[in-house]
Design a protein. Sequence first.
Length: 72
Amino acid sequence: MLDNLKEVIGYVSSYEDEFVQLVSNGYRCTSNEQRIGKTEKTAVGNTIKNKKELGNLFQRIYEDNISGKLSD
């Protein structure tokens, strides 16, 4: 583990600009992934909401059909 740490420190010392860019890009990806995750979560929530609304509509149509409010 100490050897790995020394290797990373050596890399950072030799290629500081590249290392900073890699780390910066990594953080951008992370925030992009979080944004995408929120978008997907919203889409799933909307899909569930739509499914419930459709279920309610089918239930009302069924009840109206049974009660004679709708003709076959």
